[in-house]
Design a protein around this ligand. Structure first.
Ligand code: HGY
Ligand code: MN
Ligand code: MN
Length: 420
């Protein structure tokens, strides 16, 4: 492999910057990067614009573009032989107030890898492809990683299209509105292998000053919605012992999340990211509280145990506070061990480029953990400054972004030219 073939850092950064203008937020706090963040929720107008831009770049690279029935986008570069492609991809939708790298970096680096192969007229035995999956973040529509979940056959298209968003919208109507309801049956392009390059979104690589993470395992995720029902009443006249306070009960449930995470230990995580009170008035005891719960663990059994502890604690709070608590499942994604052949290919690519790396677990969920169900898959991480992500303060340096893209390029070449 000709090590003189390297990605064009300036072009990669320029595409990331141009994409980050779509859905750019103004006037946030002065984050270290003086960037106020970006908001591109799945199937929003900003998502459409980002899709249009990404498709235009795919076209400029002479890729054959396929859009599937839930809006997953795949651009294919032909290989010397008609074989299943090596897909490189991630997502371009974001959380509500996001940084510029989560997801977008993996898709832009995939475009850059193909761009440099086109420039240098380098052919590969197998086709290469760039994939951008719909609704990875799950902030508007659950489950998260919806597009890749449908792609691998774990969620029927009809069910996905009927999904209602937290904002009351319907997935299929929004998909039609932005013009990305494609003809391709999800999964019709069955990859030889899948590689996802991503920022770590955690502190490990930054703390240890290691430029490349070779991801072996991705955490399991359980998302739940809990509805606490008590009695709305007057904040002033209702004696404490007569209250059925849904707000207080919800607070006890949220506190139990931290207790569960600490009692299970390891890389158990538990988070309440959203809560709404009804009627939500300063002088009314909440009659209802609706909150979300995000449980994670790379150990599938521990993740199930965490959920069991949560149900037990909810029952205790029902009894102590005279409320009722119903818990609705929103998502359950198993932890995944990636394919050792692909993990090795990434590690060898880094070694051959003289780049130090370490193997690691991902605490974030990714489309790759679904793609691992249909083809050999693994992920490449680069450092996130101070481990921050899902925030405008998300930052990786131009050199770190370039290094990750070069490792992606070389790992992709290894897999695309593999015999057998
Ligand atoms: O939630 C996650 O881990 C991912 O960022 N969607
Ligand atoms: Mn992501
Ligand atoms: Mn994310």
């Amino acid at each position: 492999m000709d090590k003189n073939i390297k990605v064009n850092k300036e072009r990669l950064i320029s595409r990331l910057d141009e994409l980050a203008q779509i859905g750019a937020l103004e006037g946030g706090e002065d984050f270290p990067t003086l960037f106020d963040g970006v908001s591109r929720l799945a199937l929003s107008d900003a998502d459409r614009q980002a899709r249009d831009l990404t498709v235009s770049w795919m076209r400029s690279l002479s890729l054959t573009i396929h859009i599937d029935q839930v809006g997953n986008m795949i651009g294919i570069r032909p290989g010397e032989e008609e074989l299943p492609p090596v897909l490189l991809g991630s997502h371009i939708d974001t959380v509500t107030v996001a940084g510029r790298y989560d997801g977008s970096y993996g898709v832009m680096a995939a475009l850059e890898a193909i761009n440099v192969l086109n420039d240098q007229k380098v052919n590969t035995r197998r086709p290469l492809g760039v994939a951008a999956f719909t609704n990875e973040e799950g902030v508007r529509y659950t489950p998260g990683m919806l597009g890749s979940t449908v792609y691998v056959g774990k969620l029927p298209v009809a069910e996905a299209l009927a999904t209602r968003g937290f904002d009351g919208s319907t997935f299929s109507q929004e998909l039609d509105r932005i013009g990305y309801a494609g003809p391709m049956k999800p999964g019709a392009i069955h990859p030889y292998a899948f590689l996802e390059l991503h920022i770590e979104q955690g502190p490990l690589l930054d703390q240890q000053n290691i430029p490349i993470g070779v991801v072996e395992t991705v955490t399991g995720i359980t998302w739940l919605e809990a509805t606490v029902t008590g009695t709305a009443n007057h904040a002033g006249t209702t004696p404490i012992d007569l209250r059925r306070d849904a707000g207080l009960a919800a607070a006890k449930l949220i506190k139990s999340l931290r207790e569960i995470a600490l009692s299970i230990g390891g890389n158990q995580r538990a988070t309440c990211g959203m809560i709404a009170f009804e009627p939500n008035a300063i002088n009314v005891i909440p009659g209802k509280a609706i909150l979300t719960i995000d449980l994670r663990n790379s150990d599938g059994d521990a993740l199930i145990r965490a959920e069991e502890l949560l149900h037990t604690r909810a029952k205790e709070i029902e009894d102590s506070d005279g409320v009722s608590i119903s818990v609705r499942p929103l998502e359950h994604v198993l932890p995944v061990e990636f394919d050792p052949i692909v993990v090795d290919a990434i590690e060898q690519a880094a070694n051959e480029l003289g780049i130090s790396s370490r193997r690691m677990i991902s605490g974030a969920g990714h489309d790759a953990q679904l793609m691992a169900g249909i083809c050999p898959t693994a992920m490449i991480f680069i450092p996130s400054r101070n481990g921050i992500s899902h925030s405008p303060a998300e930052y990786s340096s131009a050199e770190e972004l370039e290094t990750g893209a070069n490792v992606l390029l070389y790992a992709a070449l290894k897999l695309a030219n593999q015999k057998g």
